[in-house]
Design a protein around this ligand. Structure first.
Ligand code: BTN
Length: 261
């Protein structure tokens, strides 16, 4: 593996993005994982942001590692105290994917929440909740965006990309961050006031999974299907040999048959 991701980088300037955040900003040079920090923090105001230059133990979905080298990307977690039912938490993940996709022109969303440029992933989202019985204490939405990453390990080279690799230009991370935060809080306001309806419609238009042949993987068993839509609850609707089924993102992993998406 070649690793030429730069050791020297310009640190984030908090003053350039703090006004986009309705809550507090918790900035770290190095941290285990911004999601872990947010989940176990006390007395955090709603809509606060945890953000780090580097994560030593960045976490992805399904227990995977999320590589988070210093200065290459946006590694952040938005802390929310939403008045919603546990069943609606997954809608916040879809909302976050849409916010990032709005901010990155030309991107699409692989259901439920990978943001892609072409066939490669530029952003991943990990949503976690802390609940007491069925009462939600907080939901943390972790967003990792590969901004200026120059190289990926061999096993990711066909699947992952960065804004730099796609455009050939180094980006100011704050510019991307401000756009994402602006879109996220706008969509979140819309969600809390009007529900999921408008987000659902826009999400469907951005979702590159719908209409594709996919491989469903549940407990190591693979099933071929065609993604035909999404329910108003955010589950994927698939067709398996002429029979419609509803797929929940927590239970089943979805892969494209051709390439990553
Ligand atoms: C995935 O696609 O598997 C989800 C990746 C989520 C990565 C982000 S980076 C900021 C936040 N902190 C973490 O440990 N993970 C999320």
């Amino acid at each position: 593996m070649k690793n030429s991701n730069k050791t020297f980088y310009e640190k984030l300037h908090i003053e350039t993005f703090k006004d986009y955040i309705p809550g507090n900003v918790y900035y770290f040079d190095v941290v285990d994982s911004t999601n872990s920090q947010a989940k176990y923090a006390e007395n955090v105001p709603d809509k606060s942001l945890f953000i780090a230059e580097r994560q030593k133990a960045g976490r992805g979905r399904r227990g995977r590692v999320w590589s988070s080298p210093a200065g290459c990307g946006i590694w952040m977690t938005i802390y929310l105290k939403p008045d919603i039912l546990p069943d609606d938490i997954s809608k916040l993940t879809l909302l976050a994917g849409l916010a990032v996709s709005r901010a990155i022109s030309g991107s699409t969303i692989k259901w439920p929440n990978d943001v892609l440029i072409g066939n490669k992933k530029v952003c991943g989202i990990l949503t976690e909740a802390i609940a007491d019985n069925s009462e939600i204490k907080c939901v943390v939405v972790g967003i990792g965006i590969n901004v200026n990453t120059e190289t990926f390990p061999d096993e990711l080279i066909d699947k992952a990309t960065s804004l730099f690799l796609e455009t050939g230009t180094k980006q100011k991370r704050e510019d991307v961050l401000c756009l994402v935060l602006q879109e996220f809080y706008l969509l979140y306001e819309n969600f809390t006031q009007k529900g999921f309806g408008e987000i659902y419609k826009e999400y469907i238009n951005k979702c590159s999974t719908i209409g594709k042949e996919v491989l469903l993987i549940k407990n190591c068993i693979e099933t071929k299907a065609t993604a035909v839509g999404m329910t108003e609850n955010g589950e994927l609707l698939v067709d398996i040999d002429g029979k419609k089924e509803v797929i929940n993102s927590g239970e089943v992993s979805v892969r494209g048959l051709l390439g990553y998406n």
